[in-house]
Design a protein around this ligand. Structure first.
Ligand code: ADP
Ligand code: 5GP
Length: 206
């Protein structure tokens, strides 16, 4: 197996369960590293600096853009969100599979820059269940929930750009499925060129 890790983007409607799935995946398996984004959004209750996000002012965020410290960034519901470059590059080199939990504009920018990126799209089984989860989380006002549902309609148009659809019905099954898909991706021929070359060379030597 080639040593470098896989870059994985996880997107999906707000409230689909991305954060919940990632938390379980990281608790269960060692080889994943979750990138922590920078944002100008205010922290929700319980969100810690450097764990949920690096919380920045607009000025600080714009400085990061100017210094090319972000792999990608996008505006979502009036706030900036972006992926710090250094952590991602270090972890990939160390052989970790690095997960970016980002929205669709950012996902497409990452795919353009790094065509090997695996794109996963998370959805609940139905739209009604999405509404229930968004309201059930209790972290947003009705206005923001409405806005996020509107945004979900737009994002649904982009699902075709993704490699796999992840249906988050039963959480434990969903986590296993994500893990299996990523492990399968490691076996892709195009990701194993070094090993293939070695086998060919050794066969010639016989
Ligand atoms: P996202 O990160 O995609 O915005 P969250 O992980 O915050 O979504 O999940 C939204 C809400 O749905 C949370 O209250 C979470 O506990 C709940 N949730 C997540 N996955 C499931 C699931 N498989 N079944 C039922 N509820 C879920
Ligand atoms: P939330 O405010 O619910 O934490 O995130 C809102 C949206 O921004 C989600 O779809 C989330 O995946 C996305 N997001 C989080 N971090 C980033 C990032 O670094 N870049 C981009 N493009 N989107 C992000």
């Amino acid at each position: 197996m080639d040593k470098e890790g896989i870059l994985i983007v996880v997107s999906g409607f707000s409230g689909a369960g991305k954060g919940t799935i990632m938390k379980e995946l990281l608790e269960k398996y060692d080889n994943y590293a979750l990138s922590v984004s920078a944002t100008t959004r205010k922290p929700r209750p319980g969100e810690e600096e450097g764990k949920a996000y690096f919380f920045k002012s607009k000025e600080e965020f714009e400085k990061m853009i100017a210094k090319d410290e972000l792999i990608e960034y996008a505006k979502y519901v009036e706030n900036y969100y972006g992926t710090p470059r250094m952590y991602v590059e270090e972890q990939l080199k160390a052989g970790k599979d690095v997960i970016l939990e980002i929205e669709i504009q950012g996902a497409l920018k990452v795919k353009e820059k790094f065509p090997d990126t695996l794109l996963l799209f998370v959805t609940p089984p139905t739209a009604a269940e999405l509404k229930r989860r968004l309201a059930g989380r209790g972290t947003e006002t009705m206005d923001v929930i409405e806005y996020r549902l509107g945004r979900a309609k737009e994002e649904a148009q982009g699902i075709e750009h993704y490699d796999y659809l992840i249906i988050n019905d039963r959480l434990d099954e969903c986590v296993e499925e994500v893990h299996r898909i990523i492990q399968g991706e490691h076996r892709r021929v195009s990701r194993n060129q070094r090993m293939i070359e070695n086998i060919k060379r050794d066969l010639k030597g016989e």
